[in-house]
Design a protein around this ligand. Structure first.
Ligand code: TRP
Length: 450
């Protein structure tokens, strides 16, 4: 039963909400382009191994701590601590996590705003509003600001509805739509000339490249971003899971869905690029690498849609709606991290907290929009390259070293009586104590030094 705190109404409710958080621009845009520029199927293989071996254990740490503490990340890390020093470090880690989630939302909302603008562009072109269409797809401060604000407002309205009437309700509506549109687009693109060549690049490993350290670093970073780890997002979602649920299998479902959608998105994006090439669009840069990142999404793909005639309008619209949906179910989880903190620690109502926090984040986002060249890349780097792995490391330390092992086991056993005899309990404690922290440190050192 839901008490004063919110709680997901069912297993499925949690799965849709948490996979909604996990599945985002990172899956549909980040993963395929990383795979394309890191040797195709080799990247896929490394990614699969790391996602299961390292990201899944870290996800479990967040879910277990969250469900045990029934609170936001600041209060949760304080609760699992056993002395004044670790309580202080816990609160500090939680606080940095919340700030990081807010900063991630600040840049994510700008990118998501572009997706909305690009979704509206084909419709306005159809209505012969050509000036509007080119304003929507052109890079301007006004456009960036307007659509960032629209996206923030949508995110805020959903979060102000609460756990069941906001997060769960909208994730349950949007996630099936996302899967439906994704599958429809894949089916369509696969029938076009050129698609098979892209499929080969994506699925056949190019062993000549080998597996270098940089590839591993990229794959681990991608897995952590994709599972929304480190900043207390999964922790707060975990706190809304009923004590009767088997949390180990829930975490596994989220990991599988997240990986599954990323792999599926690769089946769309990479073949689509080769269809574009077939239609005369440039898909390699001067150095001979596949064009990636923003040029891929906002130049190569729209150029492809343009070559498709009438169908291109529909396909382009569907694609950017897909991106918008993916972004929205992720952004609500980012906003929930600071909002739950403000609600729980400062006693403000959910409505007031949602609007207050969204307002502050919108101001930060606007600052980024006005100083785009200086701040956009900087904020992305700071949050995803530095803060996220370090916070992930801290969470592993809290789950593996600071929190009492017996309490951890008791929490897992709540919905999983045979937990003690399970494979999970034989492996996970070792992972979270030694393997995950060491791996994260190695990757982090690589990033900083390399
Ligand atoms: N996982 C989402 C994606 O793949 C993004 C996301 C949501 C996220 N919540 C997060 C990333 C928290 C980092 C931290 O796009």
């Amino acid at each position: 039963m839901a008490g004063a705190r919110g709680e997901f109404s069912s297993r499925l409710g949690f799965i849709l909400a948490a996979s909604g958080s996990a599945v985002g621009l990172g899956n549909i845009w980040g993963f395929p382009t990383q795979a394309a520029s890191n040797g195709g199927a080799i990247f896929l293989l490394v990614y699969l191994v790391l996602a299961f071996a390292l990201a899944y254990p870290a996800l479990m740490a967040e879910l277990i701590i969250g469900r045990h503490a029934q609170a936001n990340i600041v209060s949760a890390l304080r609760q699992v601590s056993n002395n004044a020093a670790s309580r202080f470090i816990g609160a500090l880690t939680g606080f940095v996590g919340i700030i990081t989630a807010s900063l991630i939302l600040a840049f994510y909302a700008i990118v998501a705003g572009w997706m909305i603008a690009f979704a509206l562009a084909p419709a306005s072109a159809l209505l012969r509003a050509d000036a509007l269409a080119s304003w929507l797809t052109g890079f301007s401060t006004e456009r960036n600001l307007l659509f960032m604000l629209i996206f923030m407002l949508l995110t805020c309205l959903i979060i102000s509805g609460g756990v069941r009437n906001g997060i769960e309700k909208w994730s349950s509506r949007l996630m099936p739509m996302l899967i439906f549109i994704l599958l429809g687009l894949i089916a369509y693109v696969m029938m076009l000339p050129g698609a098979m060549e892209g499929l080969k690049v994506y699925l056949l490993p190019d062993f000549s490249r080998g597996i270098d350290l940089q590839l591993i670093v990229n794959a681990l970073g991608q897995a952590f971003f994709s599972l929304s780890l480190g900043v207390g997002v999964m922790l707060i979602y975990g706190s809304y899971i009923s004590k009767q649920e088997n949390i180990v299998s829930l975490g596994l479902s989220i990991t599988l869905i997240d990986i599954g959608i990323a792999v599926l998105a690769g089946l769309l994006i990479i073949p689509a690029m080769y269809v574009a090439q077939h239609n005369g669009v440039q898909i390699f840069d001067a150095a001979g690498n596949l064009i990636a990142e923003d040029t891929l999404i906002f130049t190569v793909l729209p150029a492809l849609f343009d070559t498709m005639g009438g169908a291109g309008v529909v396909v382009g619209f569907a694609f950017f709606v897909l991106m918008t949906i993916a972004a929205l179910t992720s952004s609500i989880s980012m906003l929930e991290a600071p909002v739950s903190y403000v609600c729980e620690e400062h006693g403000l109502s959910r409505r007031v907290s949602s609007f207050l926090v969204s307002g502050i984040i919108a101001v930060i986002s606007a600052l980024i929009v006005f100083n785009f060249g200086d701040l956009f890349g900087l904020v992305i780097n700071l949050t995803t390259r530095y803060a996220q792995p370090l916070l992930g490391l801290m969470l592993c330390i809290f789950a593996g070293w600071i929190w009492h092992r017996n309490q951890v086991l008791a929490e897992i056993k709540a919905g999983f009586e045979q937990a003690e005899q399970s494979l999970f309990w034989r492996i996970w404690p070792i992972y979270i104590r030694y393997v995950c922290p060491l791996a994260i440190l190695t990757v982090f050192a690589q990033k900083v030094l390399g």
